[in-house]
Design a protein around this ligand. Structure first.
Ligand SMILES: NC(=O)C1=CN([C@@H]2O[C@H](COP(=O)(O)OP(=O)(O)OC[C@H]3O[C@@H](n4cnc5c(N)ncnc54)[C@H](O)[C@@H]3O)[C@@H](O)[C@H]2O)C=CC1
Ligand SMILES: CC(C)CC(=O)C(=O)O
Length: 364
């Protein structure tokens, strides 16, 4: 891969490769843009087929965080880490401590949290080496695992999506097809079940499927079947790029609203959803609940205030639909416009993030 060509294409600031032989750490930290503030974004641990796949994932996820944080109104830039390895087999405490020291070396340009494959316990280990970590469990001002709060934001955003697609925000009697019932989607299913929605679920992990079937009366289907099921809303909550050439023609849903990052394989697929009249709630707008919650730690965590901000996911999703209709553009373009306008307005007055005594990180 031509690294600088890739960085220049979407204007990335920094890409770091962190290696620790002792613990087996192989981490890639991508910092996309710090115009709005320090880059905040989670750490994913995953078994990538190639190192290039890991780099591409880190880059795509970091850019998504820039847009997510901007669209959510946070004074934070975008970054993300991927650790190469199997989260079930390759973790050890020294690995996360070594990673924490690399984060500390960035002196606040990057702050981390959980993502797929990492847990509160991992964040606690990172915290032994640096304060630039959120979503920890046992420290004063910690907000814990963000997944249930991401689910809450997603639920609010799904209601805004239902209002746009069906004229009512009620999800009672609606059928939601959930792909991947992990940390976020399990809690989403709980909210949906309480409201009286019908659930169709799938996961490559049979235990997760069993739990959703037993706890919420969900109907289970095989992973490949989820795209073609009769449903009102398709909720992609596993990994990215599941809206692609192959799956689009199978989709029967009238709306797409899920937690996964980078749901569209390419922007072309967002255009096709728009042309077909399928209401798409842009991923980084609807899944911002978790980052909104952990960001509150940076100003002294207050759960009540954080929950109020997470409710705003409804308004943000609604705003995207309004821009989309006003300008007659697909919703993914509308969301990008909303985020880019905010970044540009700040960029006009200052450029890269520079820590100063007025900044959010200097809260005491
Ligand atoms: N955890 C959080 O607070 C946030 C998560 N996200 C995104 O939401 C998505 C889900 O995150 P988590 O629930 O934390 O992760 P998770 O790892 O707990 O859940 C993902 C689930 O998807 C399943 N899965 C993977 N590939 C699959 C496939 N091909 N078909 C069906 N199931 C499959 C996994 O077995 C797992 O149960 C990820 O894309 C993540 O980046 C976004 C914002 C915040
Ligand atoms: C704190 C995390 C929930 C942030 C993140 O990495 C994400 O929203 O994807």
């Amino acid at each position: 891969m031509e690294i600088f060509t890739s960085l220049q294409k979407y204007d990335y600031e920094q890409l770091l490769f962190c290696q620790d032989k002792n613990s087996g750490l192989k981490a890639i930290i991508a910092i996309h843009d710090t115009t709005l503030g320090p880059a905040l974004g989670g750490t994913r641990m995953w078994t990538y087929k190639t190192e290039d796949d890991a780099i591409v994932d880190a880059l795509r996820l970091a850019k998504g965080m820039t847009y997510k944080n901007a669209a959510a109104g946070l004074n934070l830039g975008g970054g993300k880490t991927v650790i190469i390895g199997d989260p079930k087999k390759d973790k050890n405490p020294e690995m996360f401590r070594a990673f924490g020291r690399y984060i500390q070396g960035l002196n606040g340009r990057y702050i981390t949290a959980e993502d797929v494959g990492t847990t509160e316990m991992d964040m606690d280990l990172i915290h032994l080496e640096t304060d630039y970590v959120t979503g920890t469990s046992s420290y004063s001002g910690a907000s814990g695992n963000p997944s249930p709060i991401t689910a809450l934001g997603l639920y609010h955003g799904m209601k805004a999506t239902a209002k746009e697609a069906f004229g009512t925000e009620s999800l009672e009697g609606k059928t939601v097809a959930v792909q991947g019932v992990g940390n976020v989607a399990y809690h989403l299913c709980e909210f949906l079940h309480k409201e009286g929605a019908n659930l169709i679920v799938t996961d490559i992990n049979k235990e997760s499927v069993k739990r959703a079937v037993e706890d919420f009366g969900a109907k289970a289907v095989d992973p490949d079947e989820i795209y073609g099921v009769e449903c009102d809303i398709y909720a992609p909550c596993a990994l990215g790029a599941t809206i692609n050439d192959e799956t689009l023609d199978k989709l029967k849903a009238k709306a797409v609203a899920g937690s996964a990052n980078n749901q569209l394989m390419s922007t072309k697929h967002g255009d096709i959803l728009h042309e077909r009249g399928i209401v798409y709630a842009p991923d980084y707008v609807i899944n911002a609940g978790g980052v909104i919650n952990v960001a509150d730690e940076l100003v002294g965590y207050n759960r009540e205030r954080a929950m109020k901000k997470v409710e705003m996911v409804y308004d943000n999703v609604e705003k995207v639909f309004e821009i989309s209709k006003r300008d007659n553009i697909p919703t993914h373009v509308a969301a990008d416009r909303m985020a880019e306008e905010r970044i540009q307005s700040v960029r006009n007055s200052r450029s890269q993030f520079l820590r100063n005594e007025k900044h959010i990180l200097n809260f005491n």
